[in-house]
Design a protein around this ligand. Structure first.
Ligand code: TRP
Length: 387
């Protein structure tokens, strides 16, 4: 146990050795998630842990069963507390740098499930400050407006203001700043350099930023005046921020937050993830039915070049993006998903047929989502924290 500290703070820029990069601001190459678990020092979620969760939730969410949430920190500790009647709250977030796509919805869908099953309060941080400071091409007004727009997508998933708070950094800056300085005082520049690979030309806002992302992980403890356990569902790319935060929080007298990590949703093209900066790789929450049809129509397929060859040799669902859409979000029924898998793999189902299923599912989901998104405008203000 002695070495935990130095291992948790290990630098994670793995470009040279592994051919892929996962950092909070860059994800590229074919990600090896086993390798990430090793490099980051997190723990894989196994069946024993899923069973333990199911004792409290009933049948696990399909994203847990299918390994989209694949890794964690201190989940057993969190459940120990929960079983001793110490309730936890949830904290997650979103960096408003561009239009929201399906890959961005994924962790929020799962967070909603956790919230419902554990009856937990949820804090959602929207980091308009972060995206302004990290992205040379974005003005503050743009990232703040994007945060307001993204909040509608999040609310559209069914969150309620009675147990959900949305905290846009620049709207809640007094509380955040007054707590962030306590974190910042415990982090040295050399730690930040080692973890994030920053150098002397990095702007000082970026260097300070991690202390802002840390605050919601103990905010509830500040408010209640006693330690409240916290669980953070987040994309594994955010782990460096929380590795640093976890190191600091006991020094301020708070629990380390537990975390549950998701993989990044693959993009529509071969390799890589859904990316807001590449419209053809992603389906946005506000895309029209026509756009969805076109995007899935030209998405990467695991089919063969000719129908004859496909019938003979079968397709490859594992690399097929239409199949992956069903797997990641749109076919919660394992049995139905398996039927599609088998039938595509043995050549009965053609790529066109698989695409048609995906188009239908995505479009009926988005039709409803877009309706809810409009309704969300009326209640938005009830979710927002201001000080
Ligand atoms: N930095 C995150 C991003 O760029 C946003 C964020 C803030 C976040 N707090 C979080 C994400 C907590 C997950 C959990 O997207």
């Amino acid at each position: 146990m002695k070495n935990i500290k130095s291992r948790e703070l290990v630098s994670y820029n793995m470009t040279d050795k592994t051919g892929f990069v996962v950092t909070p601001w860059e994800v590229s190459g074919k990600i090896d998630y086993n390798n990430l678990i090793k490099q980051f020092g997190t723990v894989r979620i196994n069946d024993v842990l899923i069973k333990r969760i199911e004792k409290h939730t009933g049948p696990a969410h399909f994203m847990l069963r299918r390994g989209m949430f694949f890794s964690h920190r201190d989940l057993n500790w969190l459940l120990d507390k929960y079983e001793k009647k110490e309730k936890f709250y949830l904290y997650t977030g979103r960096g408003p740098s561009g239009r929201m796509h399906l890959g961005h919805l994924m962790p929020f869908v799962f967070t909603k499930w956790l919230q419902d099953k554990f009856k937990a309060k949820l804090v959602i941080q929207m980091t308009d400050d972060e995206k302004f400071m990290f992205r040379q091409d974005l003005e503050l007004e743009q990232t703040t407006n994007q945060a307001l727009s993204d909040a509608l997508d999040i609310i559209a998933l069914g969150f309620k203001p009675k147990n959900t708070e949305i905290l846009i950094d620049t709207f809640y800056s007094k509380t955040l700043y007054n707590n962030a300085i306590r974190v910042a005082k415990k982090i040295t520049f050399s730690t930040i350099k080692a973890v994030f690979g920053f150098n002397n030309s990095t702007n000082i806002g970026s260097i300070f930023y991690t202390s802002f992302q840390a605050v919601p992980a103990f905010l509830e403890s500040v408010r209640q005046g006693k330690n409240v356990p916290c669980l953070i569902p987040h994309g594994i790319d955010q782990d460096p921020h929380f590795r640093v935060s976890r190191d600091v929080m006991p020094k301020l007298g708070y629990y380390k937050p537990a975390a549950i990590h998701n993989v990044l949703m693959p993009g529509l093209k071969e390799g890589g993830k859904m990316s807001s900066s590449d419209p053809s790789s992603a389906i946005y929450t506000t895309d029209s039915a026509k756009e969805v049809k076109k995007k899935i129509g030209s998405a990467f397929s695991g089919g063969r070049d000719t129908v004859k060859e496909h019938r003979e040799k079968g397709g490859n669902p594992d690399v097929d993006m239409s199949y992956q859409l069903l797997n990641f979000l749109f076919e919660p029924d394992d049995k139905k998903l398996k039927e599609i898998y088998e039938s595509y793999k043995n050549g009965d189902m053609l790529s066109g047929e698989l695409k048609a299923i995906a188009i239908e599912k995505v479009n009926s989901y988005l039709a409803n989502h877009q309706k809810e998104r409009v309704k969300a405008k009326k209640v938005l203000e009830k979710f927002l924290l201001r000080d």
